[in-house]
Design a protein around this ligand. Structure first.
Ligand SMILES: *[C@@H]1O[C@H](CO)[C@@H](O)[C@H](O)[C@H]1NC(C)=O
Ligand SMILES: *[C@@H]1O[C@H](CO)[C@@H](O)[C@H](O)[C@H]1NC(C)=O
Ligand SMILES: *[C@@H]1O[C@H](CO)[C@@H](O)[C@H](O)[C@H]1NC(C)=O
Ligand SMILES: *[C@@H]1O[C@H](CO)[C@@H](O)[C@H](O)[C@H]1NC(C)=O
Ligand SMILES: *[C@@H]1O[C@H](CO)[C@@H](O)[C@H](O)[C@H]1NC(C)=O
Ligand SMILES: *[C@@H]1O[C@H](CO)[C@@H](O)[C@H](O)[C@H]1NC(C)=O
Ligand SMILES: *[C@@H]1O[C@H](CO)[C@@H](O)[C@H](O)[C@H]1NC(C)=O
Ligand SMILES: *[C@@H]1O[C@H](CO)[C@@H](O)[C@H](O)[C@H]1NC(C)=O
Ligand SMILES: *[C@@H]1O[C@H](CO)[C@@H](O)[C@H](O)[C@H]1NC(C)=O
Ligand SMILES: *[C@@H]1O[C@H](CO)[C@@H](O)[C@H](O)[C@H]1NC(C)=O
Ligand SMILES: *[C@@H]1O[C@H](CO)[C@@H](O)[C@H](O)[C@H]1NC(C)=O
Ligand SMILES: *[C@@H]1O[C@H](CO)[C@@H](O)[C@H](O)[C@H]1NC(C)=O
Length: 662
């Protein structure tokens, strides 16, 4: 943490000496349309075969416990992935031939089946922090005896996990089932709805479910859809089918009242990049990950899906995601650039109405934010540990925290909007509103987030013993790391104090030495080492404090490849809370004294002088390939690779035609 602060000071001194600061002017319009920002917006999806590895150490529970303490709500966990449709429940414990309650056959890395007993659920029933909401994916693939296996899994999962089990999914990435040979060519919305009704009908008709219902207890719901194909990227779609959220809802999945009650969300999956096949392997690039324009293209394709889900009465979630499918790519997925991407991703998704984002975890995956056990990968022995992207989660915990500080019983709720003036490849920005404090347009602005997504390849923090050393950064940026001076026109009153929390790292390419407000997490134990000195609590670290200038203008510096959170203290209108708040948030002395009513705010010119990175372009990054999703790696056959290549060519032509015609 000392490192980060002095590094920043040095960088800024260097830049000041060279008189090389750029000014970025942005306004916060009063009429932004906002979407809900839930406290548990950032969750994890764990591949079923890798869950045992995470359970084997306290690393995950310690890390997630810290987040729960700061936010007041634990991150949600979905146990699902490719191996969910290869999971088979054996009725008695232990499994035949073993002393265990789970067995990946032949091993987790190459699993073609995953056998469990009902007792397996007991092994993780209390592992996660108190209040963790669990989603479990049932095996939809195995349709023998009318899904007898899935029906039994549901009962065993509830018996083991109890109230923590909030929802089931039926199958993973069901829009890949034809290609996987799990359904015939007639598979589509119509047959899915029939099977969804049959299986949910059997589960909700089960005696255990009926007993909960009749006892007035909370019953598990269903997270429907679970599609993987990116709607607007035809060359990365796996098979021809008619799956989309709009078709699913138009097809009548919630045409009956009881279905409306049991569907709590619709899920889609997204992996912007991929290691699954050769064409996409060659397109893997860190600077395409740390790029807000590319991210916007990836996320905005879901706007119609959000609208369809909302219209059907349940939110869309990004139920499984990460930087690159087929387990990620060290040197990209495990860098500070990936941390900035993850923050940008979650806030961009929330701002278009994607309610939650679940980042996929495998104990030996290159994209995992943390890995529990040592293992050998590509001839290297990797230590357990924490990757840079973990700090995205902690930074976001700071962004969403404070919602549990209630104002006179009102349901506290944050809302988020992307700032139109902070929207380029290298800059992204968000306004966070606290509905409990909102009384008129522009009021209730509680926090601002800015992300400088520009690439800076530094020379520090290049390695991390939990990642491949072969991918440690070897290309370095020249000159001095640039710093921009932001001038943001806010509705905040002159003199109001604003806390600045930085997500900082030595460079886009860094794999270690990343901090949030100076806080670091111990790679071995996952325990936080809280920044800001003696007696500081997690979530209330020392941070810089700046003051709002005349006309509501806020001035602060951001270095290239850095995130900043700016937050004002609790409003006077909500002063009943600081004692009983479960969240160690902003201290009582740190308050915005002013009312924001009737404050005129200056509208400065739009984005000025954002340095466009030379040579950046996502436009050539199109091509063919199969999105086989995350989890275990499936190698492609020669024939598939050739098919990819031909398809790639065809699509390049198609894009060229469209661009020419536009
Ligand atoms: C907000 O107001 C500006 C200026 O009048 C207008 O251009 C913009 O479309 C409005 N945005 C929304 C979301 O209403
Ligand atoms: C978990 O730990 C136990 C011993 O505590 C060991 O026997 C087992 O093999 C470990 N499982 C994994 C997946 O590493
Ligand atoms: C139980 O699982 C662990 C980890 O996979 C394995 O090492 C051990 O051999 C298994 N135990 C038995 C009795 O098969
Ligand atoms: C878990 O949280 C609930 C309320 O959210 C509380 O009643 C319960 O005592 C907690 N359990 C533990 C073990 O902390
Ligand atoms: C059941 O699955 C098999 C493939 O495993 C598939 O051929 C068949 O069509 C499926 N039956 C139904 C009713 O979907
Ligand atoms: C599910 O399908 C099976 C066989 O097609 C049928 O016997 C059963 O009644 C159906 N169950 C429900 C709840 O729809
Ligand atoms: C939705 O259904 C229509 C009609 O079957 C089909 O033409 C369309 O391709 C489907 N949409 C998607 C995204 O599959
Ligand atoms: C993400 O966006 C980039 C740039 O447009 C594109 O190359 C890539 O195919 C997209 N990926 C997905 C899965 O949408
Ligand atoms: C691992 O080492 C073997 C033997 O030295 C070598 O053939 C192979 O290419 C190496 N694999 C990787 C991924 O470096
Ligand atoms: C930064 O390093 C990454 C690899 O770590 C490389 O792909 C990228 O081109 C580099 N960018 C610059 C601007 O040096
Ligand atoms: C000043 O900024 C320009 C534009 O980013 C850059 O090319 C140049 O290297 C910088 N100069 C120094 C001394 O860092
Ligand atoms: C940078 O990270 C490495 C590995 O985590 C650690 O050993 C080292 O102390 C850190 N350096 C500084 C200056 O914090």
């Amino acid at each position: 943490m000392i490192f980060s602060r002095s590094f920043l000071a040095l960088a800024m001194a260097g830049v000041a000496a060279a008189q090389n600061k750029t000014t970025v002017s942005i306004s916060v319009p009063s009429n932004l349309s906002t979407r809900v920002l839930v406290p548990d917006v950032y969750g994890y999806s764990i591949e079923p075969v890798w869950l045992d590895s995470y359970l084997n150490t306290s690393l995950a529970s310690t890390l997630l416990g810290s987040i729960a303490n700061v936010i007041g709500k634990a991150p949600p966990i979905r146990v699902g992935g490719n191996t969910a449709d290869q999971t088979y429940l054996y009725p008695s414990s232990p499994l035949p031939l073993t002393g265990n309650d789970s067995a990946a056959i032949p091993d987790p890395l190459h699993a073609h089946s995953f056998n469990i007993t009902p007792r397996w659920f007991d092994t993780w029933a209390t592992y996660f922090p108190n209040g963790t909401e669990l989603i479990f994916t049932l095996n939809l693939k195995d349709n023998s005896s009318s899904w007898a296996n899935a029906v039994a899994e549901a009962e065993a999962a509830h018996a083991g996990l109890g109230n923590s089990l909030v929802a089931f999914e039926l199958g993973n990435e069901i829009d890949h089932f034809i290609n996987k040979g799990w359904r015939d060519a007639s598979w589509g919305v119509k047959t899915y709805i029939e099977q969804f009704r049959n299986l949910t009908g059997q589960i909700t008709g089960s005696s255990w479910y009926q007993a909960l219902d009749n006892g007035g207890k909370k019953t598990p719901t269903f997270q429907a859809a679970v599609f993987a194909d990116p709607p607007l990227v035809p060359d990365q779609q796996d098979e021809i089918d008619d799956f989309s959220i709009a078709n699913l809802t138009a097809g009548g999945i919630v045409s009956r009242a009881e279905e409306k009650d049991i569907i709590s969300s619709y899920a889609v999956h997204l992996y912007p990049q991929s290691t699954c096949d050769t064409p996409r392997w060659y397109r893997l690039r860190l600077d395409l990950l740390s790029d807000h324009s590319v991210l916007w293209k990836n996320v905005s394709q879901y706007i119609p899906q959000v609208a369809a889900a909302d219209a059907a009465g349940a939110p869309l979630v990004m139920g499984e995601t990460n930087s690159a499918s087929c387990s990620g790519k060290s040197g990209i997925s495990d860098t500070f650039g990936a941390a900035l991407w993850a923050v940008d991703y979650v806030l961009t998704a929330a701002s278009i109405g994607i309610r939650k984002v679940y980042f996929h975890l495998g104990a030996q995956s290159e994209y995992s934010s943390f890995t529990p056990l040592p293992y050998t990968l590509k001839n290297e022995t990797l230590a357990p540990g924490i990757r840079a992207s973990w700090y995205a989660h902690y930074f976001l915990a700071r962004v969403v925290s404070g919602q549990s500080r209630n104002c006179s019983g009102a349901q506290p709720e944050f809302r988020v909007a992307a700032l139109p003036g902070a929207n380029s490849s290298s800059l992204s920005g968000f306004a966070v509103y606290d509905d409990a404090k909102k009384t008129a347009a522009g009021e209730g602005l509680s926090k601002l987030v800015f992300l400088d997504m520009g690439v800076w390849n530094g020379t520090e923090g290049l390695s991390n013993p939990s990642t491949l050393s072969a991918t440690d950064g070897a290309m370095f940026s020249e000159g001095t790391r640039p710093v921009s001076t932001f001038e943001v026109a806010t509705p905040w009153a002159q003199g109001v104090q604003v806390k600045v929390v930085r997500l900082a790292g030595p460079g886009t390419n860094a794999k270690s030495n990343v901090t949030v407000a100076g806080t670091v997490f111990d790679d071995g134990t996952g325990e936080p080492v809280v920044g800001g000195g003696e007696g500081r609590q997690l979530g209330d670290e020392y941070s810089e404090i700046i003051q709002v200038d005349a006309a509501g203008v806020l001035r602060f510096d951001v270095q290239r490849a850095e995130g900043v959170l700016l937050e004002v203290g609790s409003d006077e209108a909500c002063n009943d809370n600081s004692q009983d708040s479960p969240t160690p948030g902003i201290s009582g002395s740190f308050r915005a004294e002013a009312s924001w009513r009737n404050i005129m705010f200056a509208v400065l010119v739009g984005v000025a002088g954002i340095i466009a990175r030379a040579g950046e372009s996502g436009s050539s990054a199109t091509g063919a390939g199969v999105n086989t999703g995350a989890g275990t790696t499936r190698e492609k056959t020669e024939a598939e690779i050739e098919a990819d290549r031909l398809y790639d060519e065809a699509i390049e032509e198609e894009y060229a035609k469209r661009e020419g015609g536009a």
